[in-house]
Write a protein that binds this ligand. Structure first.
Ligand SMILES: *[C@@H]1O[C@H](CO)[C@@H](O)[C@H](O)[C@H]1NC(C)=O
Ligand SMILES: *[C@@H]1O[C@H](CO)[C@@H](O)[C@H](O)[C@H]1NC(C)=O
Ligand SMILES: *[C@@H]1O[C@H](CO)[C@@H](O)[C@H](O)[C@H]1NC(C)=O
Ligand SMILES: *[C@@H]1O[C@H](CO)[C@@H](O)[C@H](O)[C@H]1NC(C)=O
Length: 281
């Protein structure tokens, strides 16, 4: 009998200790349907932290372009100053290791003006980097709805896998091709915002880097149906992050959909009932 009491007492302590963890787990699971709400729309362009559409048709530049764009925008969000970064330097110095890690090891990005053209070999002393980041968050296989909290912080590098011919012909409207395969070529885009049409269609706004090529897209941008993982949208996402930076992002209203501390109360009541029952035995 005292042994049984002791066991129940131990279980009670475990419950108490897990209480906080349990509660935060409940909070997380509820955050999808409505614990946290985000603005109906967001466009980092209108915040003045996105450079004009670049003109790099050569697909070997694609990753360098979008990595540099996300870093220059991150810097602009943090400092209020938007400067065009040098893609050429990344092409010269990270050719065999086209990653955020390589850019970080170079001390960040230099300005376009300091290093405008590819020189054919890495010239580290030509310029002083003006912007960098601390870490890069990587996400694979996300439901694209999960990009909503991420885009509140800064722009994102996203991989997109549309059928080549459909993508090349895109002239505007909300891209919603469904005949896609991850075997398709990846296109890298800078995700800059989201909104919805008057009809209520949700979409993402992403920046390509084909300049004025054949009047592609909507002034070089593409709108992609949101919430449907169109053509692998969300399956490859990078976000450079600067720790402890206060951004100019709009504050996010937090709404609580239910009082989660009730669970803790229930567990405590359950514990005392068990103790009383055991004592009664
Ligand atoms: C790429 O560069 C980063 C940073 O210097 C390094 O950590 C990583 O190992 C490199 N990767 C390859 C494949 O060389
Ligand atoms: C993505 O998440 C949203 C919101 O939770 C959900 O409605 C939708 O069904 C999910 N889509 C997929 C493909 O799982
Ligand atoms: C789907 O895409 C594949 C490969 O791109 C193509 O062969 C096929 O005809 C497409 N199907 C439809 C219905 O468009
Ligand atoms: C949740 O319950 C606690 C204690 O019962 C109370 O102090 C708190 O205000 C409640 N929170 C909400 C959002 O209702």
């Amino acid at each position: 009998m005292p042994l049984l009491l002791f066991i129940v007492f131990c279980i009670g302590i475990i419950f108490e200790e897990n209480d906080a963890q349990l509660l935060s787990a409940v909070k997380l699971s509820q955050s999808v349907p409505g614990l946290i709400t985000y603005p109906d729309s967001l466009d980092w362009q209108t915040n003045g932290v996105v450079t004009p559409v670049q003109n790099y048709l050569d697909s070997s530049y694609m990753n360098a372009v979008v990595m540099v764009e996300t870093i220059e925008s991150l810097h602009a969000i943090a400092t209020g100053t938007l400067q065009r970064g040098s893609i050429a330097r990344v092409m010269d110095c990270c050719a065999t290791n086209m990653t955020y890690g390589c850019i970080k090891s170079l001390g960040g990005i230099c300005t376009y003006d300091d290093y405008p053209n590819v020189l054919g070999k890495c010239q580290t002393s030509v310029c002083q980097p003006f912007a960098s980041f601390d870490t890069v968050d990587e996400y694979y296989g996300l439901n694209d709805t999960a990009l909503l909290p991420l885009i509140q912080k800064s722009t994102l590098f996203v991989g997109f896998y549309p059928p080549e011919q459909v993508f090349l012909r895109y002239k505007g409207g909300i891209f919603q091709e469904t005949n896609c395969s991850e075997a398709n070529t990846m296109y890298a885009l800078q995700l800059v915002g989201y909104d919805n049409t008057e009809k209520g269609d949700l979409y993402w706004t992403a920046k390509n880097h084909w300049g004025e090529w054949k009047d592609w897209g909507e002034s070089g941008y593409i709108r992609i149906l949101r919430g449907a993982n169109i053509c692998g949208f969300g399956s490859l996402v990078y976000q450079p992050v600067v720790s402890a930076v206060t951004t100019t992002a709009k504050s996010i209203p937090i709404t609580t959909s239910s009082n989660t501390s009730q669970l803790g109360l229930t567990l405590k009541i359950l514990f005392f009932v068990l103790v009383l029952y055991t004592a009664y035995l």
